[in-house]
Design a protein around this ligand. Structure first.
Ligand code: IVH
Length: 706
C-alpha cells in the first residue's frame, strides 16, 4: 500500500468505525459484531502507526470510548474509568510484561490476578457511609450517565454495604491497619466500586422466548439486553430484565492501604458484592496463559458471555509506577479470546473443481486470525451467494469462524470501497481442463462438462509430487486430494504458496505434520531440469524423454541452438524452450511428429506459460542436470538400449551410469541406436540390432566403457 492508498484507507476506516461505534455505544444498535469492529480498529491503529502524519484528533484511536446520553444526569468519575489495551497472543503478553519490567527496572517475573472479561457494561457505584448513593455508566471515562435508579433494580447490588467482622477480615488476610481504614471508609466515608452490569445467558434466553411469544422484538445478544435496560428512563423495564452485577475493582484502593488487587476483590466480596469465583491468582505468565487457554475452550460453562481474560499486575504498589498511557493503564491488559468475526480483504477468487465436476468459488484472503486459526481461503459457495453478498475482489469483508465451523464470509462492507473493486468473473471454461462449463439446470452450481476433469487435476498434481518427478515427501495422492478439496491447491504452483496455518485446520494434520509438509515442499524448490520437465506432465513425455530433451543444452552446441545455463532461472527455461521449433525437435532427437508437436505446443500455450510464471513467483528455481563435468565424450549424445540380464549391476544402475556420463537410454532399437548392451538371455532387441547393423556390446565391454 502506498502513502496515498494508506491515507484513503485511513479515511474510510475512520468513517466506518465511527458509524458502528455510534450505533453500538450510543444507540445500542448493532450492524456488525464487536470482533469485526475490533479488527477494523486494529487495522486503523496499525496504519496510523505506520503513517503517523495521518492521525487526526477525531480518529477513533484518539479518544476514550462512549458519549453520554443527554437524557440522563451527569456524574463525574474520580478516578476516571479507564479502558484496557488488547492482547491477542502469548507473544503480545510477553511483550507487555517486558515493557512493564523495563519501567519498574526489575528482572524478576511479575505476578498477576486474572479475571474474566465480562461482555456487559462498565459501571461505577458510589457508597457514602455505606449507602449506595450514585450509580453511573462509564460514558467517556470522565463523565458518565446517572443511572442510579436503574441500578437499584439489580438484586446483586447491595443498597447498603455489609460490615464484615474482625475475624472475617483476619481470615481473609487483612491486617489491623487495613481493617480500620476499610471500616472507616464504609461507615464514615466513601467507597467507589467498579464493575460490570450484565445479563446472564439464561435470563437472555428466557426473555427472548417470552418476547417472541408476545410478538415483541427480540434482543440481539446479552450485552445489548443489558445496555438497553440500563439506559432506560423507566426503571420498571430495567427490573424486568433481571440484570446482574460483578465487581472487578475498588477505586482508590490505595487509600485503604490494600497491597494486592486480589485483596480488592476479596474485600468487595466481604462487603456483600458479587465477584466471580473463577478469578485466579497467577504466579507468572505461564499460569496466565494456562488460565486463558482453559477459559477460551470452556467459556460456554460460564453463566455470562465473556470475551477474554483481564490480566492485572497483582501488586498495587506498582500501579502508579507503571502508570497510564492514553486511554488505558500499563498495569492491566485485556487478553482477548480468538474473535469469531474479523475483517479482511478479498484478494481474488479461484474456482475449485469437485469430485462431481462442480466448480466452487474459493475466496483468497489477506490471511487473518479468526476463531483461533489463521484463515487464507474461504468458500464462496456459489454464484448466488456471491450475488447475495454483493461480493467483489478487493472488498473489505467480515469473516466468521466459530468453534470448528468452516470459515465463511458473513458480510461485505461496501462503504469501505475505493474504486479498485472488481466483479468476480464467472468462468465459461473450466480453469483446469478448458472444457465448457454449464450451469446445472435448476441448481446454482456450475459444472465442468468434461467428466474426467477432477480426476485429471488430481492426476496432474500427484504426478508433480511423485517420486520420479519432484518427489515431495508426505504429499501422496491422498493428501493432494485433501488439499484440492479444501480449496488450497488447484495447480502445481499452489503447493508452494501453502503455509502451516492452511494445513493445521485440516483433518489428520497436527502442528508437527503441517510443519513437516511445508518443510518437505520447501526442500524441493530447486528442481533438476529433467524432473521438472517430466513433472509438467507434457503429453507423450515420459521420464526418458524428459531426460533427453532437458539435455538439449549439450546438444545445442553441436546442433546450433542457443545454449543456456539457465542463469536467469525460469525466464531462461521459457525462452530457450520457446525458441525450439517443432521441426527442430524432430531433427534433434529423432522424435516423431506427434511427440514433437506435443512438446512444441506445450511451450507455446499461454496458460502453461502463466503456470511457469506462477511457479517462478512462488520460488521454484531450475537446476541444470547434475554431472555435466563428469561426462565422457564416448557417451555424450549416444543412445543406448539395454537387453537381457546384467550380472554386475542392476538395470537402473546401468541406466544411471549411462545418463551420468552423458548418454541416453531408449527402450526400442532403431537405426539411431548407437549401442545395444546385451546381458544374459537377450531378447528380440538383440536380433533387431543385428538386423539394423547396430553395434552390440556385452557386459564386459560395457563395464570397460564406463
Ligand atoms: S478492569 C483499569 N476488569 O472492559 C481498567 N474491566 O476496556 C478498568 N471489563 O470498560 C477495567 N471485565 O467494561 C476490568 N474483569 C474486568 C472486566 C473489565 C470486563 C470491561 C469493562 C471496561 C472494559 C475495558
Amino acid at each position: 500500500m502506498n502513502k496515498q492508498e494508506a491515507e484513503n484507507r485511513i479515511e474510510k476506516l475512520k468513517k466506518e468505525i465511527n458509524h458502528h461505534r455510534y450505533l453500538y455505544h450510543v444507540l445500542d444498535k448493532q450492524e456488525i459484531s464487536e470482533g469485526a469492529l475490533d479488527s477494523l480498529k486494529n487495522e486503523l491503529f496499525k496504519l496510523e502507526q505506520e503513517y503517523p502524519e495521518f492521525i487526526t484528533a477525531d480518529s477513533p484511536t484518539q479518544r476514550v470510548e462512549g458519549k453520554p446520553l443527554d437524557k440522563f444526569g451527569k456524574v463525574a468519575h474520580e478516578p476516571p474509568m479507564l479502558s484496557l489495551f488488547d492482547a491477542f497472543s502469548a507473544q503480545d503478553m510477553a511483550d507487555w510484561e517486558g515493557r512493564a519490567k523495563k519501567i519498574i527496572k526489575s528482572k524478576f517475573n511479575l505476578d498477576y490476578y486474572c479475571e474474566l472479561k465480562f461482555d456487559g457494561l462498565a459501571m461505577s457505584l458510589r457508597y457514602e457511609n455505606g449507602i449506595f448513593t450514585k450509580g453511573a455508566t462509564r460514558g467517556n471515562g470522565k463523565v458518565g450517565e446517572d443511572v442510579t435508579n436503574n441500578l437499584k433494580t439489580i438484586e446483586s447490588i447491595p443498597l447498603r454495604l455489609r460490615i464484615p467482622s474482625q475475624s472475617e477480615f483476619k481470615k481473609n488476610g487483612f491486617d489491623l491497619a487495613q481493617t480500620s481504614k476499610i471500616l472507616k471508609a464504609v461507615e464514615n466515608g466513601e467507597i467507589i466500586i467498579r464493575g460490570e452490569a450484565l445479563m446472564t445467558k439464561k435470563v437472555f434466553n428466557e426473555l427472548n422466548k417470552k418476547y417472541e411469544k408476545a410478538g415483541k422484538k427480540v434482543l440481539a445478544n446479552p450485552r445489548n439486553g443489558a445496555a438497553g435496560s440500563i439506559r432506560q428512563l423507566d426503571s420498571k423495564i430495567t427490573a424486568e430484565r433481571k440484570l446482574d452485577f460483578y465487581v472487578y475493582g475498588i477505586a482508590g484502593a490505595d487509600d485503604l492501604q490494600l497491597q494486592a488487587h486480589e485483596q480488592e476483590i476479596k474485600l468487595a466480596k466481604l462487603l456483600g458484592l458479587k465477584t466471580l469465583e473463577n478469578n485466579k491468582y497467577c504466579r507468572n505468565l505461564d499460569e496466565v496463559n494456562e488460565f486463558h487457554k482453559y477459559w477460551e475452550e470452556n467459556r460456554e460453562k460460564l453463566l455470562m458471555e465473556v470475551d477474554g481474560v483481564v490480566v492485572k499486575v497483582n501488586n498495587l504498589a506498582l500501579w502508579p509506577v507503571l502508570g497510564i498511557v492514553g486511554k488505558g493503564p500499563r498495569y492491566a491488559m485485556a487478553y482477548k479470546f480468538a474473535a469469531e468475526q474479523v475483517t479482511t480483504i478479498l484478494k481474488s477468487a479461484v474456482w475449485q473443481i469437485g469430485r462431481t465436476g462442480t466448480l466452487t468459488p474459493i475466496g483468497v484472503l489477506e490471511p487473518v486470525r479468526v476463531g483461533g486459526v489463521t484463515v487464507s481461503h474461504v468458500t464462496l459457495h456459489n454464484i448466488d451467494e456471491i450475488e447475495r453478498l454483493d461480493l467483489k475482489i478487493n472488498d473489505t469483508i467480515i469473516i466468521e469462524r466459530a468453534g470448528d465451523v468452516i470459515p465463511k464470509v458473513a458480510q461485505v462492507l461496501p462503504k469501505m470501497r475505493s474504486g479498485i473493486e472488481q466483479k468476480i468473473l464467472i468462468p465459461k471454461n473450466c480453469p483446469i481442463c478448458g472444457s465448457r462449463v454449464e450451469r446445472i439446470p435448476g441448481e446454482v452450481a456450475l459444472r465442468c462438462t468434461n467428466k474426467d476433469c477432477y480426476a485429471v487435476i488430481l492426476r496432474r498434481l500427484s504426478h508433480w509430487t511423485s517420486k520420479a518427478a519432484i518427489d515431495i515427501e508426505g504429499l501422496g495422492p491422498k493428501v493432494v486430494e485433501q488439499l484440492v478439496k479444501a480449496g488450497l491447491v488447484s495447480d502445481i504452483a499452489d503447493f508452494y504458496a501453502l503455509r502451516e496455518y492452511d494445513l493445521k485446520p485440516l483433518e489428520r494434520f497436527a502442528d508437527k505434520s503441517a510443519e513437516n509438509l511445508i518443510k518437505a515442499i520447501a526442500a524441493k524448490k530447486e528442481v533438476e531440469l529433467p524432473r521438472f520437465i517430466y513433472g509438467l506432465g507434457i503429453r507423450h513425455v515420459g521420464e526418458e524423454t524428459a531426460l533427453r530433451i532437458s539435455d538439449f543444452t549439450r546438444q545445442a552446441s553441436t546442433s546450433g541452438f542457443q545454449v543456456s545455463d539457465f542463469k536467469n532461472g525460469m525466464d531462461d527455461v521459457i525462452q530457450t524452450f520457446q525458441n525450439i521449433k517443432q521441426k527442430a525437435w524432430e531433427e534433434m532427437y529423432d522424435f516423431g511428429p506427434v511427440m514433437a508437436k506435443s512438446i512444441y505446443d506445450w511451450w507455446h500455450d499461454g496458460k502453461n506459460i502463466e503456470l511457469l510464471e506462477k511457479l517462478k513467483k512462488n520460488g521454484i528455481t531450475i537446476k541444470q542436470q547434475a554431472g555435466s563435468n563428469t561426462q565422457h565424450s564416448e557417451f555424450i549424445g549416444k543412445i543406448f538400449v539395454l537387453t537381457g540380464t546384467l550380472s554386475g549391476l542392476t538395470r537402473n544402475e546401468a541406466k544411471a551410469k549411462i545418463r551420468g556420463l552423458g548418454g541416453k537410454i531408449s527402450a526400442t532399437v532403431s537405426k539411431n541406436t548407437d549401442f545395444v548392451v546385451a546381458g544374459e538371455n537377450p531378447g528380440s532387441k538383440f536380433e533387431k540390432a543385428k538386423n539394423l547393423g547396430v553395434e552390440v556390446i556385452n557386459e564386459r565391454e560395457f563395464s570397460k566403457m564406463i
